[in-house]
Design a protein around this ligand. Structure first.
Ligand SMILES: Nc1ncnc2c1ncn2[C@@H]1O[C@H](COP(=O)(O)OP(=O)(O)OP(=O)(O)O)[C@@H](O)[C@H]1O
Length: 528
């Protein structure tokens, strides 16, 4: 069969076959010699299966010549009686219903598909396209459902706010998450993941687009991973603040819930006190002394409130919030960094802007307010997702300097290499559904990875060389009785050896410079 196939191929393709690599010709011959090969009508099967290869390898000049050659190949093989008659499957003009003649009322009626008798292969292709589109729609719907579930769960969670009672040190130190899985819409993003976040370390989370970095942060923020202590305050800066009548400054200050409640109570009690005093005057003029007891109670409570406000340093809160919004360095945070020589304008909210309602700001500026709020809260674990996206260069430099001095743990997802190099102490790499932590900044991570990949490549090559060598020996002496035992031992050794895992690497990085109107700033690393 192979001999016949070989002669037909040489006959049809002619002299050009001589210029084509032998393995390609062997492959073509083997395909055509396969007794199950479907030649299709007029060589259509040959064209579909081998067309591109024939053109690419230079066996024919172009696709039209290729079609003719395929037809000829099919015809010649037919003459040799090697083309088996295969029933040509055509689509039905109208769909065949299995329940025809049965109870019509019960039958699920399907609209007849528009058919004008195309070959099934073309129809199949269209079908495949439709199925793909359907799957994409399903995936999108599942993802939206996942987002809605996350949103609902988020709404049911206690609000992350400024905590004042941690004079004995941070409530939560290291966080150990072990053997957890994360999937979205049936797609596994992290399988059997384990990671330890050491207190005070600054992590950069990197990985190809779509690997699940954002989803991982979301799961952590929702405490949906075992190992995260309940009392750990985790804030994921993902969405801009809601635009309403509250001023930008107040929006930041409101995240100190205790202070806000104390101030509200104080205002209420002072108003009550004023009312009672007015009532007293009226009462005195009527000879009535009622209300003295209430007045004492109010004074006592006010005294408690003032003490607590002092303890939590409520007076300085406003200036702290304002300085974050303006982008000044405060609280000893963020005064260092290599960008010291540049003057910072930071988040750039002037005092006039700080008094404006959040609803008057664009999405980008409301994102800045969300960032300011997170920095003001200083949660146990801060999660930042592409924070530089909404910032101009000055704000990026300011944020870098701020984060360098950040006293607690944070994880930042970013494609900005310089930003990562400046602010992180460790890199978490999400790849192949696994999380791996590397000490050092982004450049160090990249070097370590390169080294690892080189070593892995060497191991793969050494393994393959050794395997090939053994295989050659086996093939050569397979039928040699004298060497049978040697051959056997090599076959066993080959089995034991297995293959070294192929290298899984992220595609190269691509640098992008975003348009200056929305994202002026540092170069962006993205995975091709
Ligand atoms: N809009 C969407 N529709 C359907 N599935 C989605 C959508 N967005 C994300 N997903 C699914 O969730 C997976 C994880 O997305 P996620 O945003 O967490 O990845 P990522 O690593 O943060 O990517 P990127 O760097 O692009 O933000 C995706 O691979 C995809 O399967």
């Amino acid at each position: 069969m192979t001999e016949v196939a070989s002669s037909v191929v040489h006959e049809v393709l002619g002299r050009r076959v001589q210029d084509v690599d032998q393995p390609i010709i062997d492959y073509i011959i083997n395909v055509l010699a396969d007794e199950d090969f479907d030649f299709g009508v007029d060589g259509e099967g040959v064209f579909e299966f081998l067309g591109e290869l024939l053109v690419g390898a230079g066996c024919v000049d172009d696709f039209s010549e290729c079609r003719a050659a395929c037809s000829k190949l099919s015809e010649k093989f037919g003459k040799h009686g090697l083309v088996k008659a295969k029933p040509t499957v055509r689509s039905l003009a109208v769909p065949f219903r299995m329940n025809d003649g049965m109870d019509d009322g019960e039958a699920p009626k399907k609209k007849p598909e528009p058919t004008d008798g195309p070959l099934l292969t073309e129809r199949d292709r269209a079908k495949l396209e439709r199925r793909k589109r359907k799957e994409e729609r399903q995936r999108e719907a599942q993802y939206q459902m996942h987002l809605a579930e996350m949103q609902a769960a988020r709404e049911g969670m206690p609000v992350v706010s400024v905590q004042h009672d941690n004079s004995g040190g941070p409530a939560v130190k290291d966080i150990h998450m072990e053997n957890f899985n994360i999937s979205v819409g049936g797609r596994d993003l992290i399988v059997d993941g384990s990671i330890t976040l050491s207190f005070g370390r600054h992590y950069g989370l990197v990985g190809r687009n779509g690997t699940g970095k954002t989803t991982f942060l979301r799961h952590m923020a929702m405490h949906a991973i075992d190992g995260i202590p309940n009392n750990c305050q985790i804030l994921h800066v993902e969405q801009e603040v809601v635009g309403d009548d509250i001023t930008a400054l107040q929006c930041v200050l409101n995240s100190d819930i205790e202070r806000t409640h104390l101030l509200e109570e104080e205002a209420r009690l002072l108003a009550l006190q004023r009312d009672l005093e007015t009532g007293d005057e009226i009462g005195r003029s009527n000879g009535n002394l009622n209300g003295a007891v209430d007045k004492d109670g109010i004074s006592q409570r006010l005294e408690q409130i003032y003490k607590r406000l002092e303890l939590i340093d409520a007076d300085s809160a406003e200036s702290r919030a304002a300085s974050i919004l303006a982008g000044e360095m405060g609280n000893g945070i963020g005064s260092g960094g290599k960008s010291k020589a540049l003057s910072f304008t930071g988040l750039s909210f002037s005092s006039e802007m700080q008094k404006r309602a959040t609803k008057t700001f664009s999405g980008g500026w409301r994102m800045r307010i969300a960032l300011a709020r997170a920095l003001f809260i200083e949660p146990d674990l801060l999660l930042l997702d592409e924070p530089t996206n909404h910032l101009d260069l000055h704000a990026v430099l300011w944020l870098e300097a701020y984060l360098v001095k950040w006293p607690k743990t944070f994880i930042v997802v970013s494609h900005a290499r310089e930003f990562l190099n400046t602010v992180v102490t460790d890199i978490i790499h999400l790849q192949g559904q696994k999380l791996t932590t590397y000490k050092g900044n982004y450049d160090t991570f990249e070097k370590t990875r390169e080294e690892q990949l080189k070593n892995q490549q060497k191991a793969v090559e050494a393994n393959e060389r050794a395997r090939a060598h053994m295989q050659t020996f086996i093939d050569k002496f397979r039928y040699n009785a004298k060497r049978a035992s040697l051959v056997q031992s090599r076959i066993k050794a080959l089995d034991r050896m297995g293959h070294v895992d192929q290298i899984i690497n992220d595609p190269d990085y691509k640098f992008e410079f975003p348009t200056p109107d929305d994202r002026p700033g540092a170069p962006i690393i993205s995975f091709r």
